[in-house]
Design a protein around this ligand. Structure first.
Ligand code: NDP
Ligand code: HSE
Length: 431
């Protein structure tokens, strides 16, 4: 019998308890042995009691799980860096295999955890840490291992995708939809991590490390959130044939250099990711052999996330049955250069307010031209009060050249404001 110690009876923990119970028979048959939940831990014991767990199995003391030699696998679902890091580390030192959904921990401490797992000859699995119920870590490490991965583009945060989808459908402003999402329980009371792109940043750090076999940490990822997106940006995008999505992008250049970034982007309406709406997540991967593939589904929630956690438990269970460990361990065996965002090339959408009088457009175009920024589309809508709104789409340009142009424009008396600047993504793809 394979015995599991569970840390955390919250949203995902309760899903794991439910799934292990409801699908016990098929899980055991697929594993090749019975999987038993031996002990569960939470600060609030009543949360575990509410799941119908025997009183004898419930504890508030981590030592009860750590010192139980029968426990083979510790499933960490309390979240955050500490005490999760210490608990996982100590469990590994006791020879216990680990399953976690903790993206914060892996994006920041991945290397230490993998080194620790190797040193203690235990398995360390974390499928649920990226895109909840969507299988993506295992496919990248296993099914796609024969490919050179060129790029991974994801909609990895359900809260922001819900907000942008609603803004697009209903034309209402960001703040209003965010407040509604909080009332409905989709967005956290403190939504900063979702809205400012930090959650997606942690997830793309994990995916790019695996896809390109080189460590990318959260600090390496360039991050912009969605709080500056207005209904008018969404409307202009629609008129021009795009949707706005918060994308997490990881690419590898021909020289092996890596870029990892999270930001709102204009995405062509025909791109497969453009159809991903509401709280759904998706990951679009390009490999040299497989071509383009997309994984789509629920990126969060009790049972979808538990599905990934239980899949990991079963896989480790199979390893235990066959007396092996470390079969799929750290894949970061290279040390590739990570590019700064200023070194990247992209097309940009720029919305700016300018004085509405002769010669203004020529003056602005001149600034872009003298900084190597070529314009693909320009149109103007009158604002009133002698001001006009100018919408520009650039050709692909160096990000540094664009920033230099904008710095000059901000100092010109004909420019009232640079209202928004948004990258375009997916425009090079055949649609
Ligand atoms: P919850 O907050 O719902 O559950 C965590 C539980 O652990 C809570 O009951 C919490 O108690 C308890 N806990 C926290 N710290 C301790 C501690 N030191 N000792 C004992 N118990 C503790 O979180 P989720 O289930 O939503 O998330 C768990 C993990 O899964 C996180 O890493 C999260 O990022 C990840 N994840 C979650 C997804 C989701 O859809 N929810 C999707 C993908 C990943 P208290 O509430 O009192 O702090
Ligand atoms: N807060 C995340 C989201 C879910 O909105 O997608 C957990 O990863």
């Amino acid at each position: 019998m394979i015995k599991v110690g569970l840390l955390g009876c919250g949203t995902v923990g309760s899903g794991v308890v439910e799934l292990l119970k409801n699908n016990a028979e098929i899980i055991s048959r697929r594993t090749g042995d019975i999987i038993e939940l031996k002990k569960v831990l939470d600060k609030d014991l009543d949360k575990c009691r509410a799941l119908g767990i025997d009183e004898a199995k419930i504890t508030g003391d981590f030592e009860d799980i750590l010192q139980d030699d029968e426990i083979d696998i510790v499933v960490e679902l309390i979240g955050g860096i500490e005490p999760a890091l210490t608990m996982i580390t100590r469990a590994m030192q006791q020879g216990k295999h680990i399953v976690t959904a903790n993206k914060d921990l892996i994006a920041e401490k991945g290397k230490e955890l993998f080194d620790m797992a190797k040193a203690n000859q235990v398995d360390f699995y974390f499928e649920a840490s990226v895109a909840g119920g969507i299988p993506i870590i295992y496919p990248l490490k296993q099914s796609l291992a024969g490919n050179q991965i060129k790029e991974v583009i994801g909609i990895l945060n359900g809260t922001t995708n819900y907000i942008l989808s609603k803004m697009s459908e209903e034309g209402r402003p960001f703040e209003e939809i965010l407040a509604e999402a909080q009332e409905l329980g989709y967005a956290e009371a403190d939504p900063t991590s979702d809205v400012e792109g930090l959650d997606a940043g942690r997830k793309i750090a994990i995916l790019s490390s695996i896809a390109f076999n080189s460590r990318v940490t959260f600090d390496d990822v360039y991050i912009e959130g969605i709080s500056k997106i207005t209904p008018s940006d969404i409307e202009y995008a629609r008129d021009l044939g795009y949707v706005i999505k918060l994308l997490a992008v990881a690419k590898q250049g021909d020289d092996g250099s890596i870029q990892a970034r999270v930001h709102p982007a204009f995405l062509p309406k025909k791109h497969p990711l453009a159809a991903v709406n509401g709280v759904y997540n998706a990951v679009f991967i390009t490999g040299d052999a497989v071509g383009e593939i997309m994984h789509y589904g629920r990126g969060a929630g009790k049972l979808p996330t538990a599905s990934s956690v239980v899949g990991d438990i079963i896989d480790i269970g199979r390893n235990i049955v066959h007396h092996i460990s470390g079969r799929i361990s750290c894949t970061c065996y290279e040390d590739k250069k990570i590019l700064d965002v200023s070194q990247l090339r992209a097309q940009f959408y720029i919305r700016m307010t300018v004085k509405d009088r002769p010669g203004v457009l020529a003056g602005i175009a001149g600034v872009f031209g003298s900084n190597n920024v070529s314009l693909a589309t320009v149109f103007q809508t009158t604002h009133g009060g002698g001001m006009a709104e100018l919408i520009l789409i650039t050709h692909e340009v160096e990000e540094q050249d664009l920033n230099d142009s904008l710095a000059v424009l901000r100092g010109m008396h004909i420019v009232g404001n640079i209202d928004n600047v948004i990258r375009l993504e997916g425009t090079n793809r055949d649609l």
